[in-house]
Design a protein around this ligand. Structure first.
Ligand code: FMN
Length: 500
């Protein structure tokens, strides 16, 4: 078993100790999961009908949204907006597809499963969502809401109308990143989770997201072994009415060929540290009253500056447009980021705290969010923290650190041109002490959620963004001024780019 701190420290990159790793292209993992003998349920092609600007969607208060039945079309929209193929490239004789979510190394380790209840024109059952075919593969027919109610924490003892479960196939990312890959599958999972939450919000359906469930029952339900592929997060859509409690059919193991679909490469290497940290995180520890991570990290800000919910900018994109246009951008130009845009970006990031869903509410206990401001109009260069409880930010250290941070990020020099680097920090020891090893899942998934929000907000505002998971860990810690137990988990660069 490993603690969060041990895993993170043991998978650190050191400048003088980088071991070259040649990718085995003959054994490249498949990015689409395939089942040999399962029935496909085609979903209707749903036009992207929302003309809502992204910032209006994110700002909308979602509390008290009334449950409605989840018709086939609505579920097709939720899935299509959560994860779609958005662009095609041609590499080494093969087509390659980009998606509406970012993913480290474009390895796309995450999958989506659906537990659909009775009250719908979709057949009740458990399905896998095939993103490339926009269809569902039926894994188990029947009503399994009672299992979700039993296994997933925080649903108030009610069966949801539907639940979307996010998994990770570890080898997809470990093929490239080896033991460090657990970081990426969690961050990527958070990116996907944020898209799912926004899509459900766009459809004005209520939601409850959580990282807490009984791993064994939930994995068995969708036919995963919990080692090669395992569930990471759940978004439940509460039912309009209390459903009558039925006896759920027993859940035995699924057929061997169904389980074998988690195998994505001819030769799969099992990475010991990934297995150990994931297994260590099996226990869910009830937590009440932990203080915000920012306070616990002992970082002190002298003066805070408030930011307002700024007025919409005339050229903001609509939510579906933004989703389908989102890409990673590295062509930054030295142009000051206008303060009005920066404020809008902060505001949209702020809304991703998810005060209206349970997993989101824990964010401030898990993460401390800050930014390295390099070239923001009317904001002196420096390292800043964002205050999660109030709309404000404050300086930790004065100076322009973008160039140094670019070097820390494995010499990705283009980062030096970005106007701002958002940073996601935590104290790993405190995370372990409060949440146990599962806290690592929480913190990384949450950081990924914010990362996706930054990408989308930047796309809406005509800016570029790029997530960065590759950095020399101790150099990053020193640059930001963190103590030995604290760490940078993720960085997302943002700013003006040559062209979008
Ligand atoms: C967790 C995470 C880490 C990433 N790390 C890096 C990085 O270190 N350097 C980089 O250039 N891109 C990085 N990216 C961007 C991915 O390479 C990019 O999302 C992927 O190639 C898909 O392309 P797209 O975002 O344009 O759709 C990262 C993305 C994520 C989500």
């Amino acid at each position: 078993m490993l603690s969060a701190r041990q895993y993170h420290m043991q998978t650190a990159y050191f400048r003088e100790r980088m071991v070259p790793h040649t990718l085995d292209w003959e054994n490249q993992p498949a990015v689409f999961k395939r089942y040999a003998n399962l029935r496909a349920i085609q979903l209707p092609r749903v036009p992207a009908v929302f003309s809502l600007p992204l910032s209006e969607l994110t700002a909308r208060d979602h509390r008290g949204v009334v449950a409605r039945s989840i018709l086939r079309e609505r579920m097709a929209s939720i899935l299509g907006l959560s994860c779609s193929l958005t662009a095609r490239a041609h590499h080494a004789g093969n087509d390659f597809y980009y998606r509406s979510v970012a993913s480290a190394g474009a390895l796309f380790p995450n999958e989506i499963y659906l537990v659909q209840g009775q009250a719908s024109d979709l057949t009740a059952g458990i399905c896998h969502y095939a993103v490339d075919r926009q269809c569902l593969y039926a894994l188990r027919p029947g009503s399994f809401g009672a299992y979700v109610r039993g296994a997933v924490h925080g649903l108030g003892g009610r069966e949801p109308a539907a639940a979307l479960l996010i998994s990770a196939i570890f080898f997809r990312s470990a093929w490239k990143y080896r033991e460090r890959a657990y970081r990426y599958v969690l961050l990527d999972g958070g990116h996907l989770l944020q898209n799912i939450l926004l899509s459900i919000k766009a459809l004005s359906l209520p939601l409850e997201s959580t990282y807490d469930f009984d791993d064994f029952t939930a994995n068995t339900l969708v036919g995963l072994d919990g080692r090669r592929e395992a569930l990471l997060a759940c978004v439940a859509i509460p039912a309009a009415e209390e459903s009558e409690t039925r006896d759920a059919p027993p859940i035995g193991p699924l057929a061997e060929d169904v389980q074998a679909a988690s195998r994505v490469a001819r030769v799969e290497v099992a990475y010991e540290k990934i297995e150990r940290i994931h297994k260590a995180g099996t226990a869910v520890r009830p937590v009440t009253g932990a203080a915000a991570m920012q306070e616990r990290m002992g970082l002190s800000v002298k003066a805070w500056r408030s930011f307002d919910r700024s007025r919409p900018l005339a050229d903001e994109g609509t939510y579906p447009e933004v989703l389908f246009r989102r890409r990673s951008r590295r062509n930054y130009v030295r142009r000051a980021l206008p303060y009005a845009r920066f404020e809008r970006l902060l505001d949209m990031l702020w809304t991703a705290r998810g005060v209206d869903d349970p997993a989101g509410r824990e964010n401030q206990k898990l993460l401390c969010i800050g930014f390295l401001g390099a070239d923001i109009e009317d904001v002196a260069p420096g390292i800043y923290l964002l205050d999660d409880a109030q709309r404000r930010f404050g300086m930790l250290t004065a100076g322009n650190f973008a160039k140094r941070m670019a070097t820390v990020c494995l010499n990705q020099e283009w980062l030096a041109q970005a106007a701002v680097h958002f940073i996601f920090l935590t104290d790993l020891k405190q995370l372990d002490e409060t949440f146990g090893a599962r806290g690592y899942r929480y913190a990384m998934l949450s950081a990924g959620r914010f990362g996706q929000m930054i990408y989308l907000a930047c796309t809406a505002l005509g800016l570029g963004a790029c997530g960065i998971g590759a950095f020399y860990d101790s150099e990053a810690r020193q640059l930001i001024g963190l103590h030995a137990d604290s760490a940078l988990l993720y960085l997302v660069a943002a700013g003006s780019v040559k062209r979008l």
